[in-house]
Design a protein around this ligand. Sequence first.
Ligand code: NAD
Ligand code: WQD
Length: 339
Amino acid sequence: MILVTGGAGYIGSHAAVELLENGYEIVILDSLANSSYESILRIKELTGRNFEFYEVDLLETEKVENLFRMHNIKAVMHFAGLKSVGESVSFPLDYYGNNIAGTLNLCKIMSRFNVRELVFSSSATVYRTIGNQALEESSSLGANNPYGRTKLVIEEMLHDLYRSDPFWKIVILRYFNPIGAHESGKIGEDPAGIPNNLMPYITQVAIGRRPVLQVFGEDYDTPDGTCIRDYIHISDLVKGHLKALEYLTGPPGIETFNLGTGKGYSVLDLVKEFSRASGIEIPYQVTDRREGDVPICYASAEKARNRLLWEAEKDLFEMCQDAWRWQAMNPYGYGVIKT
Ligand code: NAD
Ligand code: WQD
């Protein structure tokens, strides 16, 4: 039995489907702080499989312990966390409290129940990105916002945990920019309020919920002046998690892997590819740079290819097609009308 924390969210829901479709038994824990119960129903509908769902916060120790008591958990895929960079600047204590204390609590409970297999969602935001180089797992680290710092602290905490008890098996996955949706269009990204991230903003412009996309700066030192990122299809990303689970069947240890494609595309590349995939022109206006954005960020995908035997397969066109299918089939996401 695999415990999926944050399994009602964007990445966790896709991972849950992938796990179920590959024959795993799962149980999902999510506080629904940034998601809705509808996604749980969709996972069940899509897979035809049943599982237990607990609307529980990781900080509710007794309830989490009960879950471990009731199910024979072998490993945990830990997605639960708050993820908005801007919000983390305004409410740093909420981020430290939720992400770090939540993970700390989870690890303590796992130890208590002798569950020592963990896949943790980290982020490319932990890298100190300088210049135009593929980021390797060994590249220098240094986050520039509270959200990123919570990921760095958790990574360090997991290393300390392994040093103290070498029976742990831990995989830290640093995601680059996950976009797109399950090819069925039944589950996808459903941000609350105004999207912070580029792809959901584009899809909301395409469906008519927002009038125009703001492109944050076109004076970067890149071929078209807009920032470059490593966008990765959510389906490829969650396949990487199954490879990580298989990796955990090996000897104890702690290992970190990038999950990216190794290719960078600019903001305008993505806008153009989205128009090609959807047939819809995306009106945009160039505005000032967004504080904290780095010009170029893309992965070296070598380590995951060599050690996890995983690599991303879907291209930017498929990412755009699938993101659009989800938005077109679900103009208001999971149904709650939001502005
Ligand atoms: P999401 O917000 O869609 O999903 C996170 C889920 O965790 C939500 O359903 C939320 O309700 C739940 N949650 C939050 N705090 C909780 C708590 N204390 N107890 C129980 N549930 C809680 O976000 P996502 O995009 O699916 O991200 C999943 C993980 O991946 C996060 O840890 C995030 O930081 C990390 N990550 C995301 C991205 C990205 O671009 N989406 C990139 C890198 C890393
Ligand atoms: C991509 C590019 C923007 C919105 C963030 C987090 C990171 C990780 C992934 C969790 C940038 C530009 C965006 C818009 C725009 N999440 N943009 N107009 O910033 O690379 O990474 O999500 O771990 O931690 O920081 O992704 O999608 O926000 O931006 O021009 O309305 O699109 O400037 O160049 P980012 P993003």
